[in-house]
Write a protein that binds this ligand. Structure first.
Ligand SMILES: [Zn+2]
Ligand SMILES: [Zn+2]
Length: 255
């Protein structure tokens, strides 16, 4: 009944796009116009680490093999990163609507961005969503990474298994240096009891990647349970080339 009334109200007072504010032409479960949904672009950079794909302003931080310092020193627990866009503009707004506006149907178009950056001949065994601490999950009502993982699982025809869990509700990472971020999330993840992942190549799904410290800690937990390889697939990454001030502002909406 409430839905029917809502539908009628919607016909009389058409909804507007939550991104650009223009009136929506069609009734949809996603209150975003097609133009805004089509806007996010692949992050293209000239200089980036071949392993974690962190973009850099020049070649200086990369070694001859094309790796950044963190990857060279083995400080990243994952083996490879695939990420779609930069965490700014429309893509950032869409992720906010998805997570904080709780518009769950956005999982489908956002999942399509993820599939664009998947390598063609990848041999992943299972898809694992980045876990939320149970308290945060309870507050939000869902785990955004789980919904995205569902889309990727369908696309790859691979099982989605929520095998990882957060053992601690870590303090927000905003404003912390890269080293402090790594310390902050150390030991914050574990694999559920009796789960063995021996020899598996895992595709770990996350919505936003900042320094990679959180994903790295989760990847280590998966490897402790036997995983052979962990590749990270993220929707957006915070581009530190934007400058420290922007970066810290961006960090304020961590979660
Ligand atoms: Zn729009
Ligand atoms: Zn790297």
């Amino acid at each position: 009944m409430r839905k029917a009334i809502y539908g009628l109200v919607n016909l009389v007072f058409p909804d507007t796009c939550r991104v650009c504010d223009l009136p929506l032409q069609e009734v949809s479960r996603i209150p975003v116009c097609p133009a805004c949904l089509a806007q996010p672009e692949l992050l293209q950079t000239e200089f980036f680490c071949v392993t974690c794909r962190t973009p850099f302003v020049n070649r200086a931080p990369l070694d001859e093999a094309g790796q950044c310092g963190l990857c060279r020193l083995g400080l990243n627990g994952f083996d490879q990163v695939y990420s779609f866009g930069s965490y700014e503009g429309t893509l950032r707004q869409l992720i906010h609507l998805f997570k904080f506006g709780r518009i769950e149907p956005l999982a489908r178009p956002l999942g399509r961005f993820l599939t664009q950056v998947l390598p063609e001949n990848s041999a992943f065994d299972i898809v694992v969503p980045m876990p939320l601490h149970w308290r945060r999950r309870w507050q939000r009502g869902f785990n955004q990474s789980e919904l995205l993982a569902g889309e990727i699982g369908k696309h790859l025809c691979k099982p989605v298994r929520s095998v990882a869990r957060r053992t601690r509700n870590t303090a927000p990472q905003a404003g912390l240096t890269s080293a402090k971020r790594r310390r902050n999330v150390q030991g914050a993840f574990a694999v559920k009891k009796k789960v063995r992942l021996d020899g598996l190549h895992i595709l770990l799904i996350d919505d936003v990647m900042t320094t990679g410290a959180t994903a790295s800690a989760c990847a280590r937990a998966l490897k402790r349970a036997g995983a052979a390889r962990v590749s990270l697939l993220a929707l957006a990454r915070r581009d530190r080339r934007l400058g420290l001030q922007d970066f810290q502002e961006q960090g304020s909406d961590f979660a």
